[in-house]
Design a protein around this ligand. Structure first.
Ligand code: SER
Length: 374
């Protein structure tokens, strides 16, 4: 067969189905090395889920000391056993985190260190939480490029090399001012204008490319702004929706850096972590996409403040707009269309705005100086 025609056939098959049967032949350079190792034909079914092997997955979480890692580790440890979930970060854990289950140092920029951990701990699922968020990324673009892009490349290659199921979170920040914003569907124009957003679109595309080209079991959810009580985000644009609760309890007032009418999609952390577990456990055949929007609610600062006021009639909100974060927020979705996640793998949120506010306030103020809103 002429070379050109053969090439066309190979590429055509690859574009139509994951891996297209060419997994063993086409591996990225770093993975190929000098050995004759290749990906088994049934790669998708050896990722360590309970249903696939009757053994729980062995999970590694990168960036484990950010807003979500400890909460996800707790949830996964309840399901799969404490020792089967390893938290990693470059920072020192608190005593509480250190004594609640396996924790080890890992830098996503250190390929060999990451590979050693995956091998020594026989990891089967990798949750890649290591990243710089939107606002902080704009203050240190070169670090954001390194962590969010080079780190992702390391993780992708290691996941492929060791046949892992890989989860990478994406975000509302993966969209930009030219995307439809109300609502934003899964598939549409994505031209974000932050390094964070650009790196997340890159992650979505690279993960999907590895899936179609090599059969990597890549799964990705676009998270809305996540609101949590016992862990704080760092350097995001949606952080106001966390800080408002802390300041309300501590000082009875909050100065907001976004305009009162800036609407963004949001979610309580318990919903976010459960969604992550559910999409990781979903049968491969139920996934019509490898990157899904997930959503729970959508509100703006003045609506959130109104809801807080129902519990704390003395609460005061003032506004001092930060132009960088305001511009970022105005380029992001106002509402997220997550109908594909709901249809394909049964996504359903539990927390709407009233439950979110009640839960946050009673968590942060267990003595309950806060009035019940009725
Ligand atoms: N919470 C993130 C941020 O504000 C968005 O994904 O940067």
């Amino acid at each position: 067969m002429p070379v050109l025609r053969m090439l066309q056939r190979v590429v055509g098959q690859m574009l139509q189905s994951p891996a297209g049967g060419y997994r063993a032949a086409v591996l990225p350079g770093r993975v190929l090395g000098t050995s004759s190792w290749h990906i088994p034909a049934d790669a998708n079914f050896h990722s360590g889920s309970l249903s696939g092997t009757d053994r729980p997955p062995r999970v590694l979480i990168t960036g484990g000391l950010g807003q979500l890692g400890v909460g996800l580790a707790n949830l996964l440890r309840e399901h799969f056993g404490t020792d089967n979930v390893i938290l990693t970060d470059i920072r020192k854990p608190s005593d509480q985190v250190f004594h609640s289950g396996p924790f080890i140092y890992s830098d996503v920029l250190d390929y060999k260190n990451l590979r050693e951990i995956v091998v020594n701990h026989r990891i089967t699922w990798l949750i890649h939480y290591g990243a710089l968020l939107s606002a902080i990324g704009e203050t240190n673009v070169s670090l954001a490029k390194a962590v969010n892009i080079t780190g992702l490349h390391n993780v992708l290659d290691i996941a492929l090399e060791h046949n892992l199921r890989l989860f990478v979170p994406s975000t509302i920040g993966a969209f930009g001012p030219t995307s439809p914003r109300d609502p934003t569907p899964d598939l549409c124009v994505q031209r974000p204008r932050t390094i964070y957003g650009v790196s997340k679109v890159h992650a979505e595309l690279m993960g999907e490319y590895y899936y179609y080209r090599y059969g990597l079991d890549f799964r990705c959810l676009r998270y809305p702004g996540i609101i949590s009580a016992d862990s704080e985000p760092g350097g995001g644009t949606t952080d106001y929706a966390v800080q408002i609760f802390h300041d309300a309890i501590k000082n009875g007032k909050y100065e907001c850096y976004l305009k009162p009418s800036t609407r963004l999609p949001m979610m309580y952390i318990d919903d976010c972590l459960r969604a992550t577990l559910e999409v990781m456990e979903a049968p491969a055949e139920s996934l019509s996409l490898r990157t899904y929007n997930i959503n729970a609610m959508s509100f703006c600062p003045e609506e959130l403040a109104q809801e807080v006021l129902k519990h704390m009639p003395e609460f005061q909100i003032t506004y001092k707009v930060d132009s960088v974060r305001q511009a970022i927020a105005e380029s992001w979705p106002m509402n997220f269309d997550d109908s594909n996640a709901r249809k394909d793998w049964g996504w359903k949120h539990d927390f709407d705005l009233p439950e979110l506010v009640t839960t946050m306030l009673s968590f942060l103020d267990p003595e309950s100086r806060v009035a019940q809103a009725n």
